[in-house]
Design a binder for this molecule. Sequence first.
Ligand SMILES: Cc1cc2nc3c(=O)[nH]c(=O)nc-3n(C[C@H](O)[C@H](O)[C@H](O)COP(=O)(O)OP(=O)(O)OC[C@H]3O[C@@H](n4cnc5c(N)ncnc54)[C@H](O)[C@@H]3O)c2cc1C
Length: 519
Amino acid sequence: MALTFFRYSAVDPESRPIDVKQVRSEYDFIVVGGGSAGAVVANRLSENPSWTVLLLEAGGDETEISDVPSLAGYLQLSDLDWKYKTAPSPEESPYCLAMNGDRCFWPRGKVLGGSSVLNAMIYILHYFKKSEDNRNPYLANTTYHSQGGYLTVQESPWRSPLALAFVKGGEELGYEMRDINGEKQTGFMIAQGTIRRGSRCSTAKAFLRPIRLRKNLHISMYSQVTKILMGRPKSDDPRPRAIGVRYMRDGVYRTVRAKKEVVLSAGAIKFQTVSVAMDYIINERGPLTSLGGVEGVAFVNTKYADKSGLLPDIQFHFAPSSVNSDGGEQIRKVLNLRDAVYNTMYKPLVEAETWTILPLLLRPLSKGWVRLKNANPMSYPIIEPNYFTHKEDVLTLIEGIRIALNLSDTKAFQRFNSRPLLTQMPGCRKFPFDTDPYWECALRHFTFTIYHPVGTCKMGPAHDPTAVVDPRLRVHGVTGLRVVDGSIMPAIVSGNPNGPIIMIGEKGSDLIKEDWGYV
Ligand SMILES: Cc1cc2nc3c(=O)[nH]c(=O)nc-3n(C[C@H](O)[C@H](O)[C@H](O)COP(=O)(O)OP(=O)(O)OC[C@H]3O[C@@H](n4cnc5c(N)ncnc54)[C@H](O)[C@@H]3O)c2cc1C
C-alpha cells in the first residue's frame, strides 16, 4: 500500500516541481524567471527531448495559502512578493496621495509561477486557445474557448447574490450579458478565472507540475539572476552573443552557460470563519474560491470611447466587499493607505454590507518609466508610472465612475437598498461631491491600479530607439538573447494581461522552436 502511494505522488501531475540545487555547467536554453510566460517557455522548449533546459527562478514554490483564490491579497507584502513601490509623483501631475509617502505598492510575484501566483486570476482573452482547458461546458463548446490545454479556466464555484445584481444591473443600463472572452468585448459577465477545482491555477501548477519528471528540464528555485554573460561574436555575425548567466543561490554566485539561447522571462519589473475554511478544504467550494474577491467583470463605453461601440474604454471589476471588509487587517496595508484616509472613509463602514466597482482605464495615454537605480543588480529600480499626465485619462475615468454610480441606481441593486458612500476623501473636501474636480482629486489620492505593468522591453523595429526586441522577440543588437514575457508588449492590452502573457509564452516558444528547426 505504501509503495502504491509513493508511486502515485511521483507521477501525480499536480505534485510539486523538483528544485534542482546542483545544476549542470551548460544547457541548451536558460530561461530566467518562471512566471506567467517563463513557465510556459520552460515547458514548451523541453518538449524537445534532445534539448536541455534550465529554469532559474528567484523565488521558491507556491504555498497552501496561495492556492486559496480569495486570499490573493494576503500574498502581497509576503515573501512571495518583490514589494516594489512607485517613486513619489511629480508636483505637476500628482497621484497616490492617499498612500503613505505618496507611494503606491507595485506587487510582483517572486515565486515559481510569478505574478500568476499573486494575481486575482481574472481570465481575459480573445483567441489564445492552445493553453486553455475550459471547464464550464457552456463556454468550452464555443469557438472562442477550448478544452484539453494545460491551463484550467472556469467560473468560481461560489458567488454572492450581488454578482447577479451586477450583471442584471448592466442589462438595465443597456449592456448585454455575454462571454466577454467571446466575439465581442463590451458587456457584463460573471468573472472567468484561472482556477482548478476551486483552487488557483498558476502557470507553475498548469505548466510545470505535469512535466516535473522530464529529464531534460531542471528548475532551480531561489536563484536570482544578476548578469547575462556576453561572449565573443561568432565569425558570421559580428553582434555580441549571450552565452550564459550569473546568478545567486544560497548566498553564492554561480555561472551557467547556454549553448543556444538565454530567454528572459523575468516580467516587466488570511482566514475567514473556520466553517468557511473547512467547506473550502473539504469540498473545494465556498467563498474562499472567489477570484481574489472579484465576481463580475464588464467592459463599458464612456462618451469618449470609439463610436463603433466595439472598443470599450473602461473595464469594471466588481467585488461584493470593500477596503473595510477585512476590518482593516490586510487590504489597507497592501494599498499602503494612510491611516487618516482609512479612518475617515472606511473604518466607519466596518459593520456595513458593501460592494465596490473598480473602474479601470483600458487605453491609458499616460506612460511611465522603470529605470535602473544603479549598477547593483540587487538594487530595486525606480518606478515612475506618471499616471494622469494626460487629462484624457482623468476624464475617461471620471465617466467610468459615473457609469458605476448609475449601476447602484438600477432595480437590481436597489433591491439591496444600494447607495454610494458619500464621505469625502480627505484632501478633496474643497471640491463639491460628484463634480469633475472632486473626482479628479479623488483619483489623484486613491490611485488604484490592478497591477498590470507591461512594455518595459517593447517589441518594435530596429530603427525605433525605444524598441528592445524584434518581432521574433530577439533583443536588438545582440544574438542568443530573447525576452519572452509581458514586457515585450508595445502597448498595454485592453483587459487583464495574464492570459495574453501566457499566449506570449506559447508564441515565443514556437518562434524559438522554428528558429532552431524544431517544429
Ligand atoms: C496583485 C496582482 C493581481 C493581478 N490580477 C490579475 C488578474 O486577475 N488577471 C490577469 O490577467 N492579470 C492579473 N495580474 C497581472 C498578471 O498576473 C501579470 O501581468 C503576469 O503574471 C506577468 O507575467 P510575466 O511572465 O510577464 O511576469 P511574472 O509572472 O511576474 O514572472 C516573472 C518571474 O521572474 C522572476 N524573476 C524576476 N527577476 C528575476 C531574476 N533576476 N532572476 C530569476 N528570476 C527572476 C520573478 O520572481 C517571477 O517569478 C495581476 C498582477 C498582480 C501582481
